[in-house]
Design a protein around this ligand. Structure first.
Ligand SMILES: [Zn+2]
Length: 525
């Protein structure tokens, strides 16, 4: 087979970053990789226009549990999908809370939603990384660590080549022109030299993590393959180095809390929230170490710290308590020394559920996080971290004065509890807002950043005009996505060049920039 990508239809995220959904049609099987919702201006192919109906999809692979990769699974099930859902164990654990939350915004009744969740649970299977497993028709697959969020994977398919062209019942994928990928799809591919000519191999990268992502190991090195379908979200960007970023987080948190105000961090519940808690935990730990070494005299006072009488009672963490002092080695992290006792609130029921799952699946952590745990600390928990689960406590939190750090969703301020905090706190210059993720155009998050630069700038929140007088900060690098260098390094880590690379999951400019760099390095793209 020389034109393998004739058998791949991109049903979403071919030239944008949300709505991931790819259909691989080989050896009589319909194999889907991800089934996510589109966000903002992005679009996906409606299921009615798919080349196969959901009931004929045999396998659905999920690379990870972000909603732009799994959000349409309930609809897929409603429309008759009854194949197998394949993911890592951690992704399977994350499916229920993520989809339950997503369905709570739909017009489904609770009963309908719980039936769909039950069906998804029945159909889905958790798999280990690094092992080959068999599908029907002699196809094998293996999952590799993608380092993006907990449980994220890239997928390698090994497809036997014997007479597959004649056996494949879907040779005429071009009968659905609107969903055909691109002109490049007729390019011949070079077969990988290290493998037999009796099979061909395809790797779907899913979303790849940046190197040195907190908590997670870096992406695994992929085996050689004939075709690599690779994400390109940040194909034209470079992230701030993690050490620099942590230092900056400590410095601006210290500054922001100096006057007793609140810091609001709108954050996505899965991935970003846990990364932030981990980084703040390290910063807190570093300051405790500084105190132990007699360095307390260098600390600035920030007014009333966490009081001795527990006014936060009831807002208790749902994650394990720490008992031993943490072991910290990074000098740069000491910049957080004046904020070590300031309360940090996770005001997000979904964020809390996900944090508990992150906390409990330590076998998926990187060496650093495991080492911290071995030394008696819990890397995603600290003494002044509080969980705000129910709405009553959320209202209580609104009344509590600063200083405080409040992490709440949604990440782009399009809804959720962050809206209440911003409505109450955005007009107070003592407060600060830290944006740690991409803010799509047209979202309140993007407007706050934009209009904070102008005198008299304001934002509309739920129809209310709120002036932006709080300090507004944007921290880059908390993206959980590989940047251009990470993507290039990942491809270069393969023992052999892939036969061909097809870029997906990126804006056209990002794809073009990454493509040029790959072409320059001698890859077929
Ligand atoms: Zn993702």
């Amino acid at each position: 087979m020389n034109q393998i990508d004739q058998f791949i239809t991109h049903l979403g995220a071919e030239h944008n970053v949300t709505g991931s959904c790819h259909l691989l049609q080989v050896n009589g099987l319909n194999i889907m990789v991800d089934c996510g919702i589109a966000q903002g201006k992005d679009h996906v192919i409606p299921m009615d226009a798919w080349p196969v109906s959901p009931s004929r999809v045999n396998y659905l692979f999920l690379t990870h549990a972000h909603i732009d990769h799994i959000g349409r699974v309930p609809e897929l099930v409603q429309r008759g999908f009854k194949g197998e859902i394949i993911a890592t164990h951690a992704t399977k654990a994350l499916l229920e809370p993520m989809l339950q939350d997503a369905m709570s915004f739909s017009d489904m009744t609770e009963d309908q939603a719980s039936k769909i969740l039950e069906t998804i649970d029945d159909l889905s299977w958790g798999f280990e990384y690094d092992q080959y497993f068999d599908l029907k028709s002699g196809i094998k697959f293996k999952l590799g660590r993608a380092g993006h969020i907990l449980g994220s994977c890239f997928i390698r398919f090994e497809i036997p080549n014997d007479s597959s062209e004649t056996r494949n019942p879907f040779p005429a994928i071009s009968t659905v022109p609107p969903v055909i990928s691109s002109k490049a799809r007729n390019l011949p591919i070079n077969h990988s030299k290290s493998k037999t000519q009796n099979s061909f191999s395809i790797v779907f990268s899913g979303d790849l993590g940046a190197s040195n992502t907190p908590i997670l190991p870096d992406p695994d090195i992929p085996e050689p393959c004939d075709l690599l379908i690779m994400e390109s979200t940040y194909g034209d960007r470079y992230h701030e180095d993690r050490k620099q970023r942590t230092k900056r987080l400590g410095e601006i948190l210290t500054r922001a809390l100096f006057d007793g105000g609140k810091v609001f961090i709108p954050a996505f519940s899965l991935g970003r929230t846990q990364e932030l808690i981990y980084e703040i935990d390290r910063l807190v730990g570093a300051s405790l170490l500084a105190k132990e070494r007699g360095l307390t005299s260098t600390r600035r006072s920030v007014g009333p710290l966490c009081p001795t009488e527990n006014k936060y009672q009831g807002l208790t963490p749902g994650i394990p308590e720490t008992s031993e002092p943490p072991v910290i080695s990074n000098e740069c992290e000491k910049s957080f020394n004046s904020t070590s006792e300031i309360p940090v609130f996770i005001d997000s029921p979904l964020g809390l559920k996900i944090t508990k799952i992150y906390s409990s699946l330590s076998e998926y952590w990187d060496r650093e996080a495991k080492e911290i745990l071995r030394n008696g600390d819990h890397p995603i928990d600290f003494d002044h971290l509080y969980a705000v689960e129910n709405y009553k406590d959320h209202l209580r939190l609104m009344e509590i004065p600063g200083p405080a750090v409040i992490i709440a969703g949604s990440g782009m301020c399009t809804g959720g509890r962050i809206i209440d905090h911003l409505k109450a706190g955005l007009e107070d210059p003592k407060n600060d807002v830290f944006f740690v993720g991409y803010q799509a155009s047209g979202t309140p998050g993007r407007d706050i950043i934009k209009y904070s630069q102008r005198p008299g700038g304001y934002v509309n929140l739920n129809g209310e005009k709120i002036f932006i007088r709080a300090g507004i900060h944007t921290l880059t690098g908390y993206s959980a996505h590989a940047d251009q260098n990470d993507l290039i390094e990942w491809v270069q880590s393969m023992p052999e060049k892939p036969g061909r690379i097809k870029l997906v999951h990126g804006e056209p400019e990002a794809q073009q920039t990454l493509k040029n760099r790959l072409l320059h390095l001698g890859y077929v793209v």
